[in-house]
Design a protein around this ligand. Structure first.
Ligand code: UDP
Length: 348
């Protein structure tokens, strides 16, 4: 199947491109390369890349019809796209608070443009959308199911939550088939060692711990040790990026099966993706020490605004409906794969 992956040069998108490729699909990537890495597409994944904005209707239409010049001589030439996986988004919570316009324009405005293009043809093109547990806001209970109330507390979370509403409305009004995945904490790297996390700036805990352990950063700040958790540090549900990627392939397949059977899809299929086990910042540090054999200098700093004490998923729905089984549920494996990548990518 011919699939457009927006944001395919980014961390989660690139792992999904590989999973789709391995499942026998033909992928084209659209990425503005603001945070993505062209060389990952060109040198590692080897699929066609179009550099551009999701909100550029002309570029979108050209890709959706297989008429973009970059598709000449590929499996996409003159052939329509059959499904879209939409990862392209900005994802820095702090920046979304200081510059919300950037987030609403890109994450919401551009996605509206994409959805309009998908429903413009007689048969709407199915879409799989990357959402986030940030759409839930402060948890009322853990583990959190898909029925947990949604009350996002920052513009990033709200931009994703608004797109979820667009998808619901587009599904009801125009019959746009969609899957919404709400990720918990994506982490790890492809065990092959050639794909992984490379953000600038890097804000996520596991890569920052590894930055300190490899000497790229002098020390780690632990954002608060006075939370109502057993060791006082925040608890998160870390999920291996390859397991996320597998879920996308399964979600897409389920959506297409339902459509083939002509079953009415009046609403998006919605799934949490997490392991259902929470680890504290302290536990992440201890596990990283034993995986890498390295020490780490850490200081306790003040709480980071908007960090809930605990975020843990119930992902039973994805297991039951999609038959999804995480291959790498152990935190030590997740950190080990991240470390392999980190050493290779950032070796000096
Ligand atoms: N964290 C930390 N120091 C860091 C980065 C993160 O203590 O340098 C904490 C953060 O406060 C949160 C957890 O680690 O409790 C996971 O943060 P991350 O940014 O990786 O993911 P988030 O849960 O914010 O999506």
């Amino acid at each position: 199947m011919r699939i457009l992956v927006t944001g395919g040069a980014g961390y989660i998108g690139s792992h999904c491109v590989r999973a789709l490729d391995q499942a026998g699909h033909q992928v084209v990537v659209l990425d503005n390369l603001v945070y993505g890495h062209a060389e990952i597409i060109e040198q590692v994944l080897g699929v066609p890349l179009v550099v551009g904005q999701v909100g550029d209707r002309e570029v979108l239409e050209a890709i959706l019809r297989g008429r973009h010049p970059n598709l000449i001589g590929t499996a996409h030439e003159s052939k329509p796209i059959e499904a879209v996986l939409h990862f392209a988004a900005y994802a820095y919570v702090g920046e979304s608070v200081s510059d919300p316009a950037k987030y609403y324009r890109n994450n919401l405005g551009d996605t509206l443009c994409l959805l309009e293009a998908l429903v413009a043809s007689k048969r709407p093109i199915p879409i799989v959308f990357s959402s986030t547990c940030a759409t839930y806001g402060v948890p009322q209970e853990v583990p959190m199911t898909e029925f947990h109330p949604q009350a996002p507390i920052n513009p990033y979370g709200r931009s994703k939550w608004m797109v979820e509403h667009l998808l619901k409305d587009f599904s009801a009004a125009y019959g746009l088939p969609s899957v919404i995945f709400r990720y918990f904490n994506a982490a790890g790297a492809d065990p092959a060692g050639d794909l992984g996390e490379d953000h600038d700036p890097e804000t996520h805990l596991i890569p920052r711990v590894l930055d300190v352990m490899s000497g790229r950063e002098p020390y780690l700040q632990i954002f608060g040790d006075d939370y109502p958790t057993p060791d006082g540090t925040c608890i998160r549900d870390y999920i291996h990026v390859c397991d996320l990627a597998d879920a996308h392939v399964l979600g897409l397949e389920r959506l297409l099966r339902l459509r083939e059977r002509e079953e009415p899809i009046g609403a998006p299929l919605i799934y949490n993706l997490g392991n259902g086990t929470g680890y504290s910042v302290q536990q992440v540090i201890e596990t990283a020490k034993s995986v890498t054999g390295r020490g780490l200098l850490a200081h306790v700093a003040k709480r980071r605004e908007g960090d809930p004490a605990q975020l843990v998923a119930s992902a039973d729905k994805a297991r039951q409906e999609l038959g999804w089984r995480p291959r790498y549920p152990e935190l030590s494996t997740i950190i080990d794969h991240a470390w392999q990548w980190h050493q290779r990518r950032f070796q000096r």
